[in-house]
Design a protein around this ligand. Structure first.
Ligand SMILES: [Zn+2]
Length: 85
């Protein structure tokens, strides 16, 4: 029996990373940044014009730094994080 529920679209606005709920399972073809300290996961918006792996690496590194800062400052991670250009 196949579920009739429509597949949920994993979209985030370009240039932002969007926090995933614990139960959400992202498709394998999107980039996800994971906080090492609390396990929160952030989906990085796919930009079809960006095929540059270096930009993706930059965004992943940026998010890791944000995660560390949030924990140092005891802030909760925001539900969406603006990514650098
Ligand atoms: Zn965290």
């Amino acid at each position: 029996m196949v579920s009739a529920a429509a597949p949920r679209k994993f979209t985030a606005r370009l240039g932002t990373a969007k926090r995933l709920r614990k139960s959400e399972v992202p498709p394998s073809d999107v980039a996800v940044a994971i906080c090492n300290q609390c396990g929160d996961r952030f989906l990085i918006a796919r930009n079809p014009t960006i095929v540059n792996v270096q930009i993706l690496d930059k965004h992943l590194l940026f998010l890791q730094e944000q995660f560390v800062w949030d924990h140092i400052q005891e802030n909760k991670h925001r539900s969406s994080i603006r990514l650098p250009e």
